[in-house]
Design a protein around this ligand. Structure first.
Ligand code: ZN
Length: 466
C-alpha cells in the first residue's frame, strides 16, 4: 500500500500523489511567538513532524516550512501589556519555542520564516489582488478581500453562502463563523502600532496574509501538504486559500490535513479553567520530554486527545519497555552464539513488524496501530531473545526497532547518556561476557555515580537514567 491521506477540503481519503515526487512541500502554521506554547500547540506540531518523518522514510525528499507569526493583534497587545518592544518580545519566545521543539524531538523545519521579514512578499500578493479587483481599499487605507468576488469562498469550512455578510467587513485577525465578512489583508498604520512604508501604503499585514505569502515563497504557488489544528480551518485557512488562489489562479494546496483538539481531563484548555499545560513549564518541572512526546503523538491525529494525570505515567511505562528491549538487543548483539532456527524466526518477526508499522503509517498516519506493531515486536522479540536468537537475530530486531524509531523518535539518544556512560556500558558488557564480575560490579558502581542505573536480566544488561 502507498500513503493514503484524508484531505479536509474534498473530505476524501486519497492516495498521496505529490506534484513532484523529488520535492514534496509541507507547510505548517506555526506558533504566534508572544508567549509559551502549550501541549495543544505541540500536539499539532508533532503531528506535522510525524508526517514529515514518514514522508522522508518513504523516500520523498521533503521541504518543511513552519512560519513564526511575529506580528498580529495579540502580539501588539502583549507588547503593550509588558511594556517591551515587539522584537525583543518575539525573540525571547522564538528561543523558547525552538528549545521546546528540540526537547520534544521535533524535526527542525527547513525554513522557520518570520512574517515581518517577508513584508515584500505580502505586499506583492495584495498588489495582485488589488489589480484583479478582488481586494479593495477603504477610506483609512486598509485593504480588504472582497469575498463576493470569490465564489469558492467557504468551501474548506463548508460555510453557508447565505450566511455571508456581503459588503460588511471584519478587521480583527481572529473571528468566528458568525463573522463571514470581507477580511482584512492590510491594516493601515495606527497610532502606537508598528507599520511599514510600502507601495500599497503605510501599514502592517493582517494575520492570514503571511501564511499565503511565505508558503508560496518557499514551496511555490501550488504545493502538496498544508497542516494545522482544526481551529485554523476558519477563518485562517479559508482566507489563505482565497487570497492565494485569487492571486495566482492556481490550486493552492494538494492536501489539507487538520489535527483534532487536545483536551485536559475532558475539558478544553482555557485560561478561565486554569488548565493550560505549557511545554516549557512541564519540562522545567522535570517531565521527561520523551514521555511527553509519546503522550502527544499516541492518539490518531484526527481524534481528540484527552491528556490526563495518567498520560505521562503511561507514556513513561511504555518507554521503559522500549528502553529495556533496546538495551537487551544491544547486550545480545555482543554475544556470538546463534541458533539458526531462532535467528530466522527473529528475522521474520522483524520484517513482519515493519510491514505492519508501514501499513499503519500509510493508512492516514495511524499512529496507534503503528505503536501496536512496535509493542508486539517488543513482546515477541523479548521471547526470541530468551529462547536464544543470538547476535544475528538481535541485529535483525534492532534494525527494525531503529527503522521505526526514525519515525517515532522515542529511543534514548546517545546524547541523553551522560558523557562517558556509553563506553562504560560497553566495557561492562565485555566484562560480563568474560565473566569478570569484579570488573562488572565496579563498572556498575561507576555508572551509578554518573546517574545511570544498570540491572542484569536474562536478556543481559539494562540501564535507565536515575
Ligand atoms: Zn497559517
Amino acid at each position: 500500500m502507498s500513503l493514503q491521506l484524508r484531505d479536509t477540503l474534498s473530505g476524501e481519503r486519497r492516495p498521496f500523489a505529490p506534484i513532484d515526487p523529488k520535492r514534496v512541500g509541507v507547510y505548517s502554521c506555526g506558533p504566534t511567538i508572544y508567549g509559551p506554547a502549550h501541549i495543544g500547540n505541540f500536539r499539532s506540531f508533532l503531528f506535522a513532524d510525524l508526517l514529515v518523518r514518514w514522508l522522508r522514510a518513504s523516500g520523498y525528499p521533503t521541504t518543511w516550512v513552519v512560519n513564526l507569526t511575529d506580528i498580529d493583534d495579540k502580539i501588539i497587545r502583549a507588547s503593550k501589556a509588558e511594556g517591551i518592544e515587539i522584537r525583543p518580545l518575539t525573540d525571547r519566545w522564538e528561543a523558547v519555542f525552538r528549545s521546546d521543539a528540540a526537547a520534544l524531538r521535533m524535526t527542525t523545519p527547513d525554513h522557520l520564516p518570520r512574517a515581518t521579514e517577508h513584508i515584500d512578499e505580502q505586499v506583492n500578493l495584495v498588489t495582485k489582488l488589488l489589480e484583479r479587483e478582488i481586494a479593495y481599499r477603504t477610506e483609512d487605507g486598509s485593504i480588504f478581500f472582497r469575498i463576493a468576488a470569490w465564489p469558492a469562498y467557504g468551501k474548506l469550512a463548508r460555510l453557508d453562502p447565505e450566511a455571508m455578510r456581503v459588503g460588511e467587513r471584519v478587521e480583527a485577525d481572529e473571528y468566528t463563523k458568525d463573522d463571514v465578512r470581507d477580511f482584512v489583508l492590510w491594516k493601515a498604520a495606527k497610532e502606537g502600532e508598528p507599520a511599514w512604508d510600502t507601495s500599497i501604503g503605510r501599514g502592517r499585514p493582517g494575520w492570514h496574509l503571511e501564511c499565503s505569502a511565505m508558503s508560496m515563497r518557499y514551496l511555490g504557488e501550488s504545493f502538496d501538504l498544508h497542516t494545522g489544528g482544526i481551529d485554523l480551518i476558519f477563518p485562517h485557512h479559508e482566507d489563505e486559500i482565497a487570497q492565494s488562489e485569487a492571486a495566482t489562479g492556481k490550486s493552492f494546496v494538494g492536501t489539507w490535513l487538520h489535527c483534532a483538539h487536545l483536551h485536559v481531563s475532558g475539558d478544553k484548555m482555557s485560561k478561565s479553567l486554569g488548565n493550560i499545560a505549557r511545554v516549557s513549564d512541564l519540562l522545567a518541572s522535570g517531565v521527561d520530554p520523551r514521555a511527553l512526546r509519546l503522550a502527544l503523538i499516541s492518539a490518531h491525529y484526527r481524534t481528540a486527545l484527552n491528556y490526563t494525570d495518567d498520560s505521562l505515567p503511561a507514556a513513561t511505562a511504555a518507554l521503559e519497555r522500549i528502553d529495556a528491549f533496546a538495551a537487551a538487543l544491544t547486550a545480545r548483539r555482543a554475544v556470538a552464539a546463534n541458533a539458526a532456527e531462532r535467528v530466522d524466526a527473529a528475522k521474520v518477526a522483524a520484517s513482519t513488524a515493519w510491514d505492519r508499522f508501514a501499513a499503519a503509517m500509510d493508512d492516514d498516519l495511524a499512529v496507534p496501530e503503528a505503536l501496536a506493531a512496535l509493542f508486539d515486536l517488543i513482546r515477541e522479540g523479548n521471547r526470541l531473545l530468551v529462547d536464544g536468537c543470538g547476535a544475528d537475530g538481535a541485529s535483525a530486531l534492532a534494525a527494525t526497532l531503529e527503522r521505526m524509531d526514525a519515525v517515532l523518535a522515542l529511543l534514548p539518544g546517545a546524547s541523553e547518556l551522560p558523557s562517558g556512560a556509553a563506553q562504560l556500558l560497553e566495557a561492562r558488557i565485555a566484562a560480563r561476557a568474560a565473566k569478570d564480575f569484579a570488573a562488572s560490579d565496579r563498572l556498575r558502581d561507576e555508572l551509578a555515580t554518573i546517574g545511570v542505573l544498570v540491572e542484569d536480566g536474562r536478556d543481559g544488561q539494562r540501564w535507565r537514567l536515575k
